[in-house]
Design a binder for this molecule. Structure first.
Ligand SMILES: N[C@@H](CCC(=O)N[C@@H](CS)C(=O)NCC(=O)O)C(=O)O
Length: 205
């Protein structure tokens, strides 16, 4: 199994899961310049990170890769069983994370980190909302998650699953951007999850 990775990007999430699962994998660490080469576009159609290659399967999208691995190695216990009602909430938090929670965080990141290369998001697109407007938007979308985590250590079935990797992997960026100052429950959760030894290994260069 091969994971195409770039430091401090979304590929940390599937790498974290591979570390949690204790699976053998080859890490192909690339730079921004590497992924812009023509060869890489044969691997990811939009020249993005991550991509996982596992026997006959080549898959992109960080959350999809984690869901795939959680199901493929279901006996390792990082996804609810296929017939469990917890599966509904598992899907809910996975989609919420990727489509609702991730959006204001990425927007805030592009707005507040001038060192991000211009070609990733042109300046004109960064500026249609202020920092305060994005933070208010973010606080609103955090509400259901904070309510759920007020009485739980993990999102699903009182155990660590792929949903925690995706949700806290996304919140880790918010933590770094200091977007969780009004969100004590989420700050504690994201800090606790990303202090796990497998995350620390996955987040190395
Ligand atoms: N929704 C995709 C996003 C992929 C993505 O934008 N990856 C970034 C790194 S986090 C990337 O490859 N950026 C380099 C570029 O856009 O040239 C996923 O979750 O995999």
């Amino acid at each position: 199994m091969k994971l195409y990775h770039m430091v401090s990007t979304r590929s940390v999430r599937p790498r974290w899961l591979l570390e949690e699962m204790n699976l053998d994998y080859e890490l192909i660490a690339l730079s921004l310049a590497d992924i812009q080469k023509e060869d890489y576009q044969k691997i990811h159609p939009l020249a993005k990170i991550p991509v996982l290659i596992d026997e006959g399967v080549k898959i992109f999208e960080s959350s999809a890769i984690c869901i795939y691995l959680g199901d493929r190695y279901i006996e390792k216990g990082f996804a609810p069983s296929f017939d469990s009602p917890a599966r509904a909430f598992y899907y809910q938090w996975l989609f919420y994370a990727s489509t609702t929670l991730d959006v204001p965080i990425e927007k805030y990141m592009f707005l507040t980190m001038p060192e991000i290369p211009e070609n990733l998001l042109p300046f004109a697109k960064k500026n249609n909302l202020t920092q305060t407007e994005i933070l208010n938007w973010f606080d609103r979308v955090c509400q259901p998650l904070a309510e759920t985590l007020a009485s739980k250590q993990y999102l699903i079935e009182d155990r660590f699953t792929v949903a925690d990797i995706i949700v806290s992997g996304i919140l880790f960026w918010a933590l770094g951007l200091k977007m969780l100052e009004n969100q004590p429950i989420l700050k504690e959760y994201a800090t606790r999850m990303t202090n796990r030894p497998a995350f620390l290994r996955a987040n190395l260069n």
